[in-house]
Design a protein around this ligand. Structure first.
Ligand SMILES: Nc1nc2c(ncn2[C@@H]2O[C@H](COP(=O)(O)OP(=O)(O)OP(=O)(O)O)[C@@H](O)[C@H]2O)c(=O)[nH]1
Length: 409
């Protein structure tokens, strides 16, 4: 990504250049005037132009129109002050945002906004509203912030879109809609999508004061009363997505092992604790790398870590798409084979064992050949009992000489 700063104050452009470079590491050009900016805009494709409204050769914000219309590039406006009329005109032109140069937080906000806009390109937002005018208006605002926008005419259509496109991160829904209204929609959506999967902002032009609290109590992350101003809309969307990122990162920390990125023991139990209540066969393979202590003792802990990372990667590549792969601790992993009996699970595990044994792990100390032992058991009581049986079988595999998979008869 390449950014252009158009700013005649050397101090301001230096601060911005420093912050953007440090935090985003992207390429940055600086133009002190409109004429210099045109030369650079003709030469490069910019992701964002951060432009000062008052330039020596363009004192009335001419740069903004030029960037938006001639170069079709997203523009963030920097200004010392802004009156109500100027603000209205800038928003009408379709700038991403304006920032008043007040203090150091203003410059940090610019950096945060550029980063957000960059990430927004991958973020899908669904707008559910039966009013075409309102939907198109919200869509235009979201597109100024570079989101991928999908539309639904009512709650039922929104549910169908969410069902098809599982990677939508934000739903913005109106309250009054035919078929399925905003409340019903949120309730149905929350049955299927957790807060770490999907954020929701409710909207309404209804005068009912209790509406915002009702929306939030029913599972929305935020609520906006119509009509709203551009800036408030953008701030709410930004905040909501920031908290979604935060929730996701906390979730990852709790459920993914830091070293190998495999799921944690905690995730495994949360997901499979109640498996015995379902009728399907359910097997687990408990896996333990052979003589792993020797790897550490001979080559050092770092090389041991490299082996663990590669081993987890192999397990994930082989099974991760359909089954749960978790690190139970140390050099012990588990694969939950939902839908497979122990014979089937043993067969595919043994195939994986043979492939893994034949392929050396590349480490900083060279190639290392690693084997593992494994016990496979099928659920007939509860998950703790199942793990105990798999552990007994794993012990048998170790006793029988290692590098083998033993399952229940
Ligand atoms: N590098 C590294 N080593 C770990 C980690 N967690 C546990 N270990 C080491 O894994 C080793 C496990 O050793 P043991 O339980 O004796 O098992 P083993 O050497 O694999 O022997 P068998 O299981 O009997 O084949 C210990 O040396 C632990 O210190 C880790 O995150 N990184």
């Amino acid at each position: 990504m390449r950014i252009l700063i158009v700013e005649d104050s050397k101090v301001v452009s230096k601060i911005l250049h420093h912050l953007i470079k440090n935090e985003l590491g992207c390429e940055i050009d600086v133009a002190p005037s409109l004429a210099d900016a045109v030369v650079l805009l003709d030469k490069h494709q910019y992701f964002i132009v951060v432009a000062d409204l008052n330039l020596p050769d363009a004192p009335n914000g001419e740069i903004v129109k030029l960037v938006l219309s001639t170069y079709n590039t997203t523009c963030i406006v920097l200004t010392g002050n802004l009156d109500a009329l100027q603000r209205k005109e800038l928003l009408k032109l379709g700038i991403a945002d304006y920032i008043i140069k007040e203090n150091r937080f203003s410059y940090h906000y610019v950096v945060k906004l550029i980063d957000r806009l960059h990430r927004n390109q991958q973020v899908k937002v669904l707008v559910a509203d039966d009013s075409t005018v309102s939907r198109k208006f919200i869509k235009a605002l979201l597109e100024q912030h570079l989101f991928q926008v999908l539309e639904a005419n009512d709650g039922a259509e929104a549910l169908a879109v969410l069902e098809k496109q599982k990677d939508i991160q934000l739903l913005i829904t109106d309250y009054n809609m035919p078929n399925v209204d905003g409340f019903e929609l949120i309730l149905k959506v929350r049955e299927r999508f957790n807060r770490e999967d999907l954020a929701i902002i409710g909207l309404s032009n209804d005068n009912d004061e209790s509406l915002s609290a009702r929306f939030i109590k029913n599972g929305a992350n935020d609520f906006l009363q119509k009509p709203f101003v551009h800036e408030e809309f953008h701030c709410r969307v930004l905040n909501t997505l920031d908290s979604l990122d935060m929730i996701r990162s906390l979730w990852e920390k709790a459920n993914r092992d830091f070293l190998t990125n495999a799921f944690t023991r905690r995730y495994f139990f949360n997901k499979h604790q109640d498996e015995h209540k379902e009728a399907n066969p359910f097997s687990i393979a408990l896996i333990d790398i052979d003589f792993f202590k020797k790897v550490n003792d001979t080559h050092g802990h770092d090389v041991g870590d490299q082996v663990l990372v590669e081993f987890a990667r192999r397990l994930n590549t082989a099974f991760g798409q359909h089954f749960t792969v978790a690190r139970f601790g140390g050099e012990e992993f588990v694969v939950a084979f939902k839908g497979l009996d122990s014979q089937k699970a043993r067969t595919i595990m043994d195939k994986f064992r043979a492939q893994s044994e034949a392929k050396p792990v590349q480490t900083s100390c060279g190639e290392l050949y690693v084997t593992f032992s494994c016990g496979v058991a099928t659920l007939n009581q509860n998950i703790d009992h199942l793990l105990q049986r798999a552990d007994d079988l794993l012990y048998k595999a170790k006793q029988a000489g290692r590098n083998q998979v033993i399952s229940e008869a």
